[in-house]
Structure formats: C-alpha cells, structure tokens
Design a binder for this molecule. Sequence first.
Ligand code: NAI
Ligand code: MG
Length: 500
Amino acid sequence: MSTTIQRQASLSKDVQRFLDAPLHRAYVGGRWVEAADGATFEVRDPGSSDKIATVTSLKEADVNKAVDVAVEAFHRSGWSKMPVNERAAVLHRIADTVEAKLSQFAQIESLDCGKIYAQAVADVQNVIDTFRYFADLAQTVNYRSVIAVKHHEAWVARHPWGACGFIIPWNFPFLLAGWGLAPALAAGNTCVLKPAEDTPLSALYLCHVIHEQGLLPAGVLNVVTGLGETAGAAVSRNPKFKRMSFTGSPEIGRLVAEACGRNLIPVKCELGGKGAAVVFNDVDIAEASKKLVQAITFHAGQVCCDATRWLIQKDIYGEFVDACVSQMSAVQVGYPMDEETQMGPLVSEKQRSRVLSYLKKGVAGGADLVLEGGVAEVPGRNGYYVKPALMAGSLDNVAAREEIFGPVAYLAPFTNEDEGIRLANDTDYGLGNSVWSSDLARCSRVAEAFESGNGWINAHNVVVHGVPYGGIGKSGMGGGVVSPETLNDYLRPISVVRPL
Ligand code: NAI
Ligand code: MG
C-alpha cells in the first residue's frame, strides 16, 4: 500500500489520469478499440510488481482489421501524397508535442519497464531527436534521380511503400517505437506497431497526445496491443504489409522472418547480441573499468548491443578484474524513480529467472563467480531486482556464449591483438564490439576487424543519428536504423525508362 502512495505522489497529474483508465485500448484508425472477444492482459511496474494497467489483448482478426485500416489510410488519407515538407512539419510537431510532455513520457516509461528515470528521460529525448532527424533528412532525399544512359530517357522515382509493420520489445519501448515509426512516417508510409506485452504504455500515450492534438490523419499510426504469440504472430503473418520490422530475440526473429518470407515481404530484424570489449594493457584501468561497469549496468544489462564478454590483455587481467569488482559492488540497486538509484530492476519475473538461471548454468559449466550477483532486496519494493555479477573462465561456457540480457559480464584474458580479435569474433552474434587502448591506430585496426555491425573505440553502446546501426549473423539482417539508409528502406524505388 505504501508503495502505491509513494509512487502516486511523484507522478504528474497527466500520467496519473492516463494510468487511472480502467482499460487501455488499442489505437486503430484514430479510434480506441477493444478486442472482439473482450480479452485483456495486465501490465506491472517491475520496480514493485504492482499492477499498473489493464490493456486490450487483440487477436488475429482484430489485428487484420488494423492492417486493412492502415492500407486504406495509405491510399486515401492524403498522408502518402502530402508534399514532403508538409509531412516533415507534422513530424516536427510530433517531436514538439513529445518534448512538451517529456517528463510525462519519461515517468510512464520508467514505471512501465523499470528504467531509471534519468535514462527514461534520455530515451524520450532520443525519440524527439529521431523524429527531427528523419523529418529533416526526408527533405534532402532525391525523389527523382535522372540517370544518363545512351539512347534512353531514364530516372528512378522514390515513393512510400504502403502499410508497414513493427514488432518491438520491452527493453527500449519508446525509443524503439521512434526508431521504427519516424523513418517510415517521414517517407509517407502508414504504420501498425505491436508493442511488447510487458511495456505497451508509452506507445499508447504517444497515440493519446497525437490524437489530442490531431497531428496525423486517422489510420496513419495504429498501435495493436496484445500478446506475442497472438497479436505479434498476426502482424508477422499479414500479407498486406509492404515492409516489416522486428526487434527482439533471435528465436522470435526467425519466426517473423519465416512468416514474412512466405509472403515475400522484406523484413528487417534487430536481434540480440553477445558483444565483446577488447581491453589492451595501455588503458587507464580505472576509467575503462568504470565505463564497462556503467555499460553492463545500464538498464540492468537489458541492452542488445551491450559488452557482455570482457576480454582483458593478460598482464593487466588481475588488476582490471579487481577494479571491476570494486566498481560493480558499489552500484546502487533501487527503485527506478528514486534519485539515488543507479540500476533498476529487470523487466519481469521471467527475465529475472532467466538471468539467475545463467549464473547457475555458468557455474555448473565450470565458470568462477568473481562477483556473486543473485537476487537483490530493495526495502519496501517487491520488484524484480538482481545484483550485478561477474563471471570468469573458459569462453566455451554457456554464460559466455548465450545472451543473458542482465547485468552479468564474463571475463577472460587474451595475449595479443590477433587473439583479442579472434576471441571477440568467436560468436554467432554480430552487433557491437568495442576496443579499448590509448593507441588509436591499433583501435582503428581492431574496430574494423570486428565481424559485427558496429565497432566502437574506448566506449560501448554508442548509437548516433546519422551513423548506420545494425547487426549481422544472429544479431540481425535486412538493414539498420537511425541513418540515411534507414529512410531509404522506407522508400520504394521505381525505374522509369523511355527509349529515345
Ligand atoms: P521476444 O522476442 O519474445 O519479444 C519481442 C517482441 O516479439 C514482443 O513484442 C513480443 O510480443 C513479440 N513476439 C513474441 N512472440 C511472437 C511471435 N510468435 N510472433 C510475433 N511476435 C512475437 O523477447 P522476450 O521473450 O521478451 O525476451 C527473451 C530474450 O530475447 C531476452 O532475454 C533477450 O535475450 C532477447 N531480447 C532481445 C532484445 C533486443 O533488443 N534485441 C529485446 C528483447 C529481448
Ligand atoms: Mg518471448
């Protein structure tokens, strides 16, 4: 009881009003809709395990209606035919509206996925920046490029595709909604977004503010709430989409890609990772260890591009591990909206069991627990908390090979540059690796030698608007996010040719 009172005291009136709704409906065609069978699911605050919302659980027929609405809106709402500068102005207005409600969005996000408040603020700011980035970029695209060829008049025209589907996970619910929706909308497409069932609230709140301000024609943005195996699967199977984007686990990514393959719908998958940090003996040990500890405890390690294998050059191994242990034991685990908290809970009991199970499996497979981890107690809060953990040993260990998705790093020594690169690349994943050294020539060499979508130097988890970000192998396929290439993915090229 006291938990609820403390939480409510800190929430803005807007957010309280939003949360007080007895039922959070899906948003389709500019209307709030329920499932035909009336089904719902519950959403909890990971920091307290209290129920915070009841949400409509759509089934396949409901989702299919939403896709029909998005197809219809593509052809008839005027959105796809709107001059690009007018569409860009709408996207800027969306960014302005989100900015005006930044703290409300951040409170909802923090409460919904257990992200500490400062990180939730950063995520909301990222969404604002993403809308502005693609709004501006869309005005620089060459929508009609003439090709000089002998005896022909020829050009390539670029048009929006149609209705696009998005299935997103619970670790960065609002940020990933922005990364998906902004480029697709900027290019003139219509969207159907399926948020994760753990964290549907920020996407619904976005619909609320867009609806209130009348920013988009009805049917251009649709949010279909529901469970993965029903609503998510229905999105993935619908043949009327022109493009699909999935972010989440490789297991479900495969299912979505298979379903899209059957319909020959281009699909972009952003999946998990098992990133390495390759740390050379010439680093500032205190600084590098601090940054890696910050990276692995950032959103409690529920970050796909995180560094989870820390490869340390042999001669500094002992000293580096000691520095990591002392930094990591000092991380303050607590309720996400408490100011002094440095690391919040995991998103769900299911995710906590997964993380704890990897600690057990790792030890059973011969790994050392250098820093024990395990369940963390936060007084007065019955949330899904764990302590950060460090493991060490053979890189063949299950905890060194599989994605854990929690605040757990695996340490191992390496001798020279070649071995560091080889160990970093010895994984099925290929998202983000980092190299740490004061020798910048070596850093450039090693970063380029990584077999992954991204190579970072003296930093980890660096995603910047304008720089392509995507994965290879088990980490993803079909293109990346936040760069000019992404906008291009949402434009359909047509070659027009006239023999002269
Ligand atoms: P998931 O892959 O099951 O969920 C991601 C999204 O897919 C959610 O919206 C979910 O509703 C939807 N989904 C689930 N089943 C579906 C289906 N059959 N067809 C279509 N959509 C479906 O991820 P989950 O189970 O929540 O997490 C498991 C593990 O996946 C995590 O421990 C982590 O290792 C990894 N993961 C990676 C993420 C990333 O950012 N790359 C994000 C979330 C999870
Ligand atoms: Mg799942």
